[in-house]
Design a protein around this ligand. Structure first.
Ligand code: NAG
Ligand code: NAG
Ligand code: NAG
Ligand code: NAG
Ligand code: NAG
Length: 500
């Protein structure tokens, strides 16, 4: 028994040695092995195969892995790294095979930073993706460090523990979304020197306690005198800001055209729309966005590169958190819903009057009205192709007892991270009873349909279709005329020839 354990320990230590040389991990263990390492480095110098290793045996050269020599023909030579040694099974007592496992490399990045923003004089949010198994099954840590730019040869630094938020409810795939909240005891970087926020991300063992790898990265760089601390308390530029989800697929330019003009009219001139392109903004969709970008109502972000990192729905949770922190001080309210959803206020309410009434809440959620994506009025048959989506799709799914998704709005200054259907990281109250004041109509499956949606026609106010009961609901149809006139008045007739 004893000898097996000793052998196991020995094998582990061998593995640990390899891990250390390459990852520069745990400092305590490192020091223990330092002497050994340095002697080895001295020997390596004289080894003919490795003459490319720098000849200085300083502490640094022991810590930095040797860079492989660029070879004249890299395709024909093998990679110049030492292979991990093979692990062998051993025979234990009672003829039991002691099996071993040989971990090699790492499969998912420790952290993929998308963005980082100041959230006040002493606080920052760093937004990114991280290996989901690491975060679900282990306790990786983030440490934050603020380093002032050197002034007369001195760059002072302060540190704080990063507080991590996982806002995606376990929906992640290879990667999960992480918002690291770095809050320092005192204001940092307001001395007009500028400086850097450096984050130290560590696996902290990561399920396998042998290896603690730490990676550091610069999350934010501030130029001297670039920060004005009063923006965090100044009134915002906008009252309402829409944070979109990643747009993907073969989107219908006409449906996007209808959605934008509808909401520009609803939210008014003190609103702004932020749209994230995950591959859905093809040339014809860009044509319907362009007038609104020029008008100043829309900002478009190209996030196509996120597709390399496998997360939930084109990294939707990543994008909404980026939007929250990026525009946190630019708007009073932030809305989160999709481009196949149309927010509606009951008669007598305006967006200003409603949100004045809800000012005491940090968050409120909005009830869904699911609409059929194919049933139209018999009267519209033959001319439906000329009509707008919310004008012709007038049958509402009234099946009872189904839990339906909600959408929501928040006052972002009191939110620290956010989700798709609501935020769970806010200070202040949430309101869910908003029925009779605000709701949204959801035209599921219409946004990436390039064909005429009307496929069934009805002349009754109630019907059953596919075992689902529907009722005629012309609420948005009645608004179509005024929305079309608003478009012409605001951006002219540039979009009248848009195709589905
Ligand atoms: C690299 O090696 C391949 C095959 O060994 C050879 O065809 C090619 O010409 C070489 N390229 C250079 C740049 O030497
Ligand atoms: C970080 O968390 C603290 C405490 O919850 C909060 O006051 C601060 O606003 C947060 N910072 C950011 C950037 O969200
Ligand atoms: C550098 O920092 C040290 C410690 O914070 C301080 O004692 C010293 O005065 C600083 N020197 C300069 C030139 O600012
Ligand atoms: C900081 O911003 C406020 C308003 O946001 C402005 O009045 C002030 O002049 C700014 N200060 C500097 C130094 O730019
Ligand atoms: C409604 O449609 C049905 C069949 O589609 C037809 O038989 C009926 O006459 C129509 N009723 C009216 C009032 O148009």
């Amino acid at each position: 028994m004893h000898s097996t354990m000793a052998k196991e320990k020995e094998t582990k230590e061998k593995g640990l040695f390899v891990g250390l040389a390459w990852s520069c991990g745990d400092m305590k263990l490192l020091l223990t092995f330092l002497f050994f390492l340095c002697s080895l480095a001295t020997i390596i110098q004289f080894h003919p195969y490795l003459t490319s290793v720098p000849h200085t045996t300083t502490l640094l050269s022991c810590l930095v892995p040797p860079t492989p020599e660029p070879t004249a023909n890299s395709s024909s030579t093998s990679v110049a790294t030492t292979p991990h040694p093979m692990k062998r099974d051993q025979m234990g007592p009672d003829s039991v095979f002691k099996r071993s496992f040989n971990p090699i490399g790492s499969a998912a990045y420790l952290f993929i930073q998308m963005s980082a923003y100041r959230g006040g004089t002493n606080t920052f949010a760093v937004i990114g993706l991280a290996s989901k198994p690491l975060h679900v099954f282990a306790k990786p840590q983030f440490k934050c460090e603020w380093i002032d730019n050197p002034d007369n040869g001195n760059g002072s630094s302060v540190s704080a523990d990063g507080y991590k938020i996982l806002p995606d409810w376990g929906y992640g795939r290879v990667y999960t979304v992480v918002v690291v909240n770095c809050t320092f005891e005192k204001p940092v970087g307001l001395n007009s020197l500028g400086g850097q926020l450096v984050v130290h991300a560590s696996t902290n063992g990561g399920g396998d306690r042998d290896v603690d790898s730490v990676e550091s990265f610069v999350a934010i760089e501030e130029e001297p005198s670039s920060v004005n601390g009063s923006v965090f308390t100044a009134p915002p530029d906008y009252d309402y800001l829409y944070c979109g989800s990643p747009l993907y697929g073969n989107l219908s330019p006409q449906r996007i055209r209808e959605w934008i003009v509808y909401h520009v009219k609803l939210f008014g001139r003190r609103a702004h729309f932020v749209i994230y392109d995950a591959g859905g903004i093809h040339a014809a969709v860009m044509d319907v966005l362009r007038p609104w970008i020029e008008f100043g109502a829309v900002t478009l972000h190209d996030i196509r590169d996120q597709e390399r990192f496998d997360g939930y729905y084109h990294n939707q949770f990543l994008v909404v958190n980026d939007c929250l922190h990026r525009y946190r001080f630019n708007t009073k309210w932030m809305f989160f819903f999709d481009v196949d959803e149309f927010v509606y206020l009951e008669p007598g309410l305006t967006i200003d009057s409603l949100l004045k009434e809800l000012e005491g809440y940090t968050q409120f959620t909005i009830e869904q009205m699911p609409m059929s994506n194919k049933i139209c009025l018999a009267d519209d048959k033959g001319k439906s192709w000329r009509m707008w989506g919310f004008e012709k799709l007038v049958y509402r799914d009234v099946k009872r007892g189904i839990r339906r998704d909600r959408k929501y709005a928040i006052q972002p200054r009191y939110a620290f991270a956010t989700g798709v259907h609501m935020s769970q990281n806010i200070a202040g109250k949430s309101l869910h009873k908003t029925e009779g004041r605000i709701k949204y109509f959801h035209y599921h499956g219409t946004i990436a349909n390039r064909r005429e949606p009307c496929a069934e026609f009805s002349n009754t106010t109630e019907l059953r279709f596919d075992r689902t009961p529907y009722m005629l609901d012309e609420t948005l149809r009645r608004l179509a005329g005024s929305i079309k006139r608003f478009e012409l008045k605001t951006i002219g007739d540039r979009l009248v020839h848009t195709r589905q």
